[in-house]
Ligand binder design. Structure first.
Ligand code: FES
Length: 177
């Protein structure tokens, strides 16, 4: 049975004034990214810090993390949210240990995405946008991941799995259980 999660990662964002705190080591890591860009171009560090540090440390892009980053980069919180809500690589809700992102765009759709999605969801007992009750798996449908020549494909964590068949999907899921 699925945990109660929204069907979309871009629907409602709960806003509060809470600001996340990070250790000196993590702040130093953020400054390393910042140092790659001219001082007047702090905004350029938005995606690396949001992706590689805020999401990693917080588990997802949450309000407190966004508030911190807005202050850190001298940006408005809306600057952060307009980026975070645009790219599917940012999780706007907590996700399971294994975040399965299935490409639903044309090449993958033609090459069997609907059957792959149906198989994965029925095997895990959840719908797209949901997380299994044990917190192990989240399934999301996302737009083109840039691997159209090896469709159908999906991304789990940072790994691409391509030329998917029902058999290879079973092997992949079994290896993650
Ligand atoms: S259409 Fe699926 S990777 Fe491009």
């Amino acid at each position: 049975m699925a945990a109660a999660t929204p069907t979309s990662y871009t629907d409602k964002v709960i806003v509060s004034d809470e600001v996340a705190e990070f250790s000196p080591e993590i702040i130093a890591e953020m400054n390393e990214h910042l140092a790659k860009y001219p001082p007047e171009r702090k905004r350029s560090a938005l995606i690396p810090i949001l992706m590689l540090i805020i999401q990693r440390e917080r588990g997802w892009v949450d309000n407190a993390g966004v508030n911190f980053l807005a202050k850190f980069l001298d940006l408005e919180v809306t600057d952060i949210w307009e980026t975070a809500t645009f790219y599917s690589m940012f999780n706007l809700r907590p996700v399971g240990r294994h975040h399965i992102q299935i490409c639903k765009t044309l090449s993958c759709k033609i090459m069997g995405e609907p059957e792959i999605t149906e198989h994965i969801c029925s095997k895990l007992g959840i719908h797209p946008g949901e997380t299994t009750e044990d917190g192990k798996f989240t399934v999301s449908l996302v737009e083109c991941l840039g691997s159209c020549g090896t469709a159908p494909m999906m991304q789990i964590g940072y790994d691409f799995h391509e030329d998917l068949t029902i058999e290879t999907v079973d092997q992949i899921l079994d290896s993650l259980r």
